[in-house]
Design a protein around this ligand. Structure first.
Ligand code: NAD
Ligand code: ZN
Ligand code: ZN
Length: 346
C-alpha cells in the first residue's frame, strides 16, 4: 500500500510503498477515506534530531477517517464497512484518566510505548490504517469523511479548550481567537454555538480574517504589535474572558496576555515555542494560563453529534495521496483555506 512518510530529519515527506498491515488481537484495520493535515506535523518535521522522538520512517497523519476493512482476533461488535473517525491520543485504556475517556492525559502511555497514529505509530496518510483498539473508533454514519475528519483534532482540541472555560463565557463576555487556520476556524464556530460570547479573531492576512468573519467572528483584527490595543479599543478598554492562542509564538502569547481580563483563561494551544512571562503586575489578577493537549473520547463523540446537527462549516482543501507533499508546502506557506484533507481514493 502507499503511505506518506517522514523518512529523514529535515527532508520533506515522501510517498512510498510499504507492506499491508495485518490486524493483531484487538486491532482494527481501516481503509482510509480521509486524513487531515495538522500544523503539528510541520512542528514535528522541524525538530532537530536530538529532540525528535517519533521514530523514522514515520507514516504521517493523526487525523484519520475510514471504513472498517478487517478485524483482528477477538474484536466484536463492529461491522465491516462501518464509516468511522479515529480518536488519536491513544492511552492505556484502564487507568483513571483513560476510564474517564481522557486518554490524552494517560500517565501510562509513555512507559507502555503507546503513541498516537502519525505521531509515533503509523498514521492515516496511507491507503490503510491500523487502529490499536475498537474503542478508538467513533462511527459517523452518513457524514462526509472529508468534512468530518478534521473534527478528530482541529475540532477536538479547541472543543476541549473551550468547554473547560464555558462558565466564564457569560452574556456580555468576549473570547479572542488568535490564528484562524485549521483549529481556529472551528474554534470560532464552537464559541458561537456553545456560548453567548462576542468573538474576536486575529490573524496575519486579510484572507484569513475573511474566513474568520465567514465562520462567525464578530470582529477581526490583524495580528500586529498593535493588535492588543486594537482589541481593547473594540471592547471599550476591557479585556477578554477567554483568549485562545492557536499560534503560540512569543508575540502572540504577549498579545494573548495583554488582551486578557481579570479572572480570565489564557489558553495556549499553538506549539510555536513561545513562553508566557507571569508575575505580579505582568498579567491581570487571577488570570489562569494553561496549555491543553487534544481532547477526550467523549468530547469527540459530542463533536460528531454536533456535525450530525449541522452546526459546523468545516472548510477543507482536498488533495490526493500523491499530492500530500504539496499540501504540506501549502500549510507551510500559510495559504490553506481551513484544513488540508488527503483522500487516498482520488
Ligand atoms: P494552521 O496552519 O492551519 O493555522 C495557523 C494559523 O495561524 C494560520 O491561519 C496563520 O495565518 C495564523 N498565524 C500565524 N502566525 C500568526 C500570528 N503571529 N498571529 C496571528 N495568527 C497567526 O495550523 P493548525 O493546524 O490550526 O494548528 C494551530 C497550532 O495548534 C499549531 O501550532 C499546532 O501545532 C497546534 N496544535 C496543538 C494541539 C494541542 O493539542 N495543543 C493540537 C493540534 C494543533
Ligand atoms: Zn494535530
Ligand atoms: Zn491510561
Amino acid at each position: 500500500m502507499r503511505a506518506v512518510q517522514y523518512r529523514e530529519i529535515g527532508a520533506p515527506p515522501e510517498v512510498v510503498e510499504v507492506e499491508r498491515p495485518v490486524p493483531g488481537p484487538g486491532q482494527v484495520l481501516l481503509e482510509v477515506t480521509a486524513a487531515g493535515i495538522c500544523h503539528s506535523d510541520a512542528f514535528v518535521m522541524g525538530l532537530p534530531a536530538e529532540q525528535y522522538t517519533y521514530g523514522l520512517p514515520l507514516t504521517l497523519g493523526h487525523e484519520g477517517a475510514g471504513r472498517v476493512a478487517e478485524l483482528g482476533p477477538g474484536v466484536q461488535g463492529l461491522e465491516i464497512g462501518t464509516s468511522v473517525v479515529v480518536y488519536g491520543p491513544w492511552g492505556c485504556g484502564t487507568c483513571h484518566a483513560c476510564a474517564q475517556g481522557r486518554e490524552n492525559y494517560c500517565p501510562r502511555a509513555a512507559e507502555l510505548g503507546i503513541q498516537p497514529p502519525g505521531l509515533g505509530a503509523p498514521g492515516a496518510l496511507a491507503d490503510l490504517l491500523l487502529v490499536d483498539s475498537a474503542r478508538h473508533l467513533v462511527p459517523i454514519g452518513d457524514l462526509d469523511p472529508v468534512a468530518t475528519v478534521p473534527l478528530t483534532d482541529a475540532g477536538l482540541t479547541p472543543y476541549h479548550a473551550i468547554k473547560r472555560s464555558l462558565p466564564k463565557l457569560r452574556a456580555g463576555s468576549t473570547a479572542v481567537a488568535i490564528g484562524t487556520g485549521g483549529l481556529g476556524h472551528l474554534a470560532i464556530q464552537l464559541l458561537r454555538h456553545l456560548s453567548p460570547a462576542r468573538v474576536v479573531a486575529l490573524d496575519v492576512s486579510e484572507e484569513k480574517l475573511a474566513l474568520a468573519t465567514a465562520v462567525g467572528a464578530h470582529d477581526v483584527v490583524l495580528s500586529t504589535a498593535d493588535a492588543a490595543a486594537e482589541v481593547r479599543a473594540l471592547l471599550g478598554g476591557r479585556g477578554a474572558q477567554l483568549v485562545l492562542d492557536f499560534v503560540g509564538v512569543d508575540p502572540t502569547i504577549a498579545t494573548a496576555l495583554a488582551v486578557a481580563d481579570v479572572d480570565s483563561d489564557v489558553t495556549i494551544v499553538g506549539i510555536g515555542g513561545g513562553t508566557a512571562h507571569l508575575g505580579f503586575g505582568t498579567v491581570p489578577f487571577e488570570a489562569s494560563v494553561s496549555v491543553p493537549y487534544w481532547g477526550s473520547r467523549s468530547e469527540l463523540i459530542e463533536l460528531v453529534e454536533l456535525a450530525h446537527a449541522g452546526v459546523l462549516d468545516v472548510h477543507t482543501e482536498v488533495f490526493s495521496l500523491t499530492d500530500a507533499p504539496r499540501a504540506y508546502e501549502r500549510l507551510h506557506a500559510g495559504t490553506l483555506d481551513g484544513r488540508a484533507v488527503v483522500v487516498p481514493s482520488l
